[in-house]
Write a protein that binds this ligand. Structure first.
Ligand code: D5M
Ligand code: FE
Ligand code: ZN
Length: 659
């Protein structure tokens, strides 16, 4: 079969491409021919455009000219079948192939950096610890004179003796060939790539894996928790579940699903624009905003300011041409390269909002003097001090159920939380921890990426949540845990994700000290706002913005913060649900912005906002090896809630095999 044959050769194929090629495979072309063609294109993912070109080159199909409208069934299949700008305001669906064709190297649209195999390797020279060694000014560890643990200001390596070794659980789920000889059936996962899983008729066998029932950590009876006496002052101030959405009404019961979706996305982008205009209005530098549709009433040569979503950008000899769209029309904007603000062009992602001021030419073009990103104000007003110091630990991407989950390290971390600490410095940290936030990918899930089945220690999603709960019940009860979903969790795939599906994740819903939050969510701790998102938007940032990389996720998160949106670009990597309201807009400026997803810990401060990617508890998977993702597992950042800044990073990675 084509998919399997490609996977054996480390090539991937998108569903749309598969359906194009399948009928001809082996009859009209060989695997080697296809791979050779993809290789020449520099991609190891066979996309529908590659497939199409390949079939054309073999004379098997002739392309129809023009862009066809997309069938409703294609929407959201992970490939970029819809290009937003057009959808948003005009309600038109256009095929992306024609869009991307005009793009030059600078604004590489289509494929992700990481899906292009070998060249990427060269660009990554940092070791994980280089990445973590941070940009944070004043991550106040001066008061922690001991155990600076090798890595600069933030590294506080835990010096635990390997006493009382946790017995080596056999964690592999039995065998290589899925045990019972059942042939895997191909299905398609989140990223629109094929994944394999075994059909459900597999007879129930005695579980050959642990779900950590035996992990029962004895709290240190001597230990004094100050945080147990500090009142819980937490509140979820934004959760997707609390927002009442009224979907558009289908005009009549026989209305096509496609039309309904177009209307839904039209409302979605209208909502984005409205929210963004509100943000721009708070910026005193920006004057009165005029609707693009009203420009025709404006005297040519007048100074105007418009706000629109970026539908296209091109580089010319002298500058850049941007195409913006609002609810009333489209406009071209030219900015000369000599202008100071021309530098901002790189940061404007497709479908993100930008404000432009300049001279209206009278012929559908504005010559821009200034560009403005929504951005956040330069300084944050100070917040009143707290009576008692209180800390929060931020985690993400635990991936329970993966055989690369660093279970020993996690157990060591739990022991540490239970007061089994080496010295006073650690005791102080543990004693004041009052909150734990987990920003998605709590479990590894099932069928998420190619070949995942072979890397699962717990191949059952119910058991994965059981296992997670068995671990988390060892977190001291006075620590309030907030958990939101990621793309590996049992939750809606598209963003925003309201929460975990209750029927799968019941064991964590049952834990008394756990609050399930949505992705994204804002949790207010003692008056400080923590914006929590899983962080899939980072994938689009590194694809679209030059010099941004998975290896430096805090920088990518700053780009999102500047655009005040968690996943601006529609129709690329990140699926966005057609909600009538855009809940991914960062409407109010947080004190701290946490994300995960890319498995690399990094933090920095941007305009007073503490931005942190909290890494992972999963060692490098085979798939990540293939796409050159080097994780930094088992590091626990501890946040001083009062300042919303890093207090320390405690490292358990020495217990994580494979690191
Ligand atoms: O994501 C872990 C990392 O792996 C993150 O950097 C995204 C990347 N990733 C995972 N799967 C893919 C595919 N199929 N294409 C591109 N990049 C991918 P996690 O959500 O934990 O799997
Ligand atoms: Fe993850
Ligand atoms: Zn993820």
């Amino acid at each position: 079969m084509l998919v399997e044959d490609l996977m054996k050769n480390n090539y991937l194929i998108t569903p749309a491409a598969y359906y194009l090629l399948e009928p001809y495979y082996k009859r009209d072309f060989t695997l080697a021919e296809l791979i050779k063609f993809a290789k020449a294109k520099g991609s190891f993912v066979i996309t529908s455009s590659i497939a199409q070109e390949f079939l054309e080159s073999k004379g098997l199909i002739v392309t129809a000219s023009g862009s066809d409208s997309v069938e409703a069934s294609e929407i959201g299949d992970g490939e970029s079948s819809i290009s937003t700008g057009d959808t948003g305001v005009e309600g038109q669906l256009k095929h992306p192939i024609s869009e991307n064709a005009s793009e030059n190297g600078v604004f590489s649209g289509g494929e992700s950096l990481i899906s292009t195999g070998t060249e990427v390797v060269d660009s990554v020279t940092e070791s994980p610890s280089d990445v973590v060694e941070s940009n944070t000014a004043g991550a106040s560890l001066e008061s922690l004179p001991v155990e600076m643990g090798g890595s600069e200001d933030t590294g506080l390596r835990v010096d635990l003796e390997p006493s009382g070794e946790i017995s080596d659980e056999p964690e592999e789920n039995g065998d290589e060939e899925n045990g019972n000889g059942t042939k895997p059936k191909i299905v398609y996962g989140d990223y629109g790539v094929p994944i394999a899983y075994v059909e459900e008729e597999v007879p129930e066998v005695e579980k050959s894996y642990s779900v950590y029932e035996d992990v029962v950590i004895a709290p240190n009876p001597e230990f004094h928790y100050r945080a147990a006496e500090t009142p819980d002052e937490s509140e979820v101030v934004f959760d997707v579940k609390d927002v009442k959405l009224s979907p558009p009404k289908a005009s009549n019961a026989a209305g096509k699903e496609g039309e309904f979706l177009v209307e839904a996305y039209r409302l979605y982008f209208r909502s984005r624009l409205k929210k963004m205009r509100r943000i721009f209005r708070e910026n005193p530098e920006i004057g009165g905003i005029i609707d693009i549709g009203k420009l025709s009433y404006v005297q040519p040569g007048s100074e105007v300011t418009v706000v629109g979503l970026l539908t296209d950008k091109r580089e010319t000899n002298k500058g850049y041409v941007l195409e913006l769209e609002d609810a009333t029309g489209r406009i071209k904007v030219f900015i000369n390269k000599d202008r100071e603000d021309a530098k901002l062009v790189m940061s404007i992602m497709h479908d993100s909002a930008v404000a432009v001021s300049g001279k209206y030419s009278g012929r559908g073009m504005i010559f821009a003097d200034h560009l403005y990103l929504p951005d956040v104000p330069k300084v944050r007003p100070p917040k009143p001090p707290l009576k008692e110091k209180v800390y929060a630990v931020l985690l993400s991407d635990i991936h329970v159920g993966s055989n690369k989950f660093c279970e020993k390290a996690f157990e060591k971390f739990l022991e540490w939380l239970n007061g089994n600490v080496e010295n006073e410095t650690h005791a102080e940290l543990v004693s004041r921890i009052k909150y734990m936030i987990i920003a998605g990918d709590a479990v590894d899930g099932v069928g998420i990426y190619p070949g995942q089945y072979d890397e699962l220690a717990i191949p059952d999603i119910f058991d994965q949540y059981e296992a997670l709960a068995n671990l988390l019940r060892n977190v001291p009860k006075h620590i309030h845990i907030f958990i939101g979903p990621g793309n590996h969790d049992a939750a809606r795939t598209a963003l925003p994700q309201p929460g975990f599906y209750e029927e799968y994740a019941r064991p964590i819903y049952r834990l008394k000290n756990v609050t399930i939050i949505s992705n994204p969510a804002v949790v207010r701790l003692h008056g400080r706002d923590f914006l929590i998102a899983h962080g899939r938007g980072i994938e689009d940032v590194v694809t679209e913005i030059p010099n941004r990389s998975h290896h430096r996720p805090a920088e990518a998160m700053v780009e999102l913060l500047k655009l005040r949106h968690l996943a601006p670009t529609f129709g690329e990597k990140v699926p966005i649900a057609p909600d009538p309201e855009d809940l991914l807009v960062i409407e109010s400026v947080p004190d701290l912005f946490q994300a995960g997803h890319v498995h690399v810990m990094e933090h920095k401060v941007y305009n007073g906002v503490f931005v942190i990617n909290t890494g992972t508890w999963q060692a490098q998977t085979e798939f990540q090896k293939m796409v050159n993702i080097v994780p930094t597992p088992a590091r626990v950042p501890i946040i001083d809630v009062e300042t919303a800044r890093l207090r320390a990073v405690v490292r358990f990675d020495e217990y994580c095999e494979g690191v």
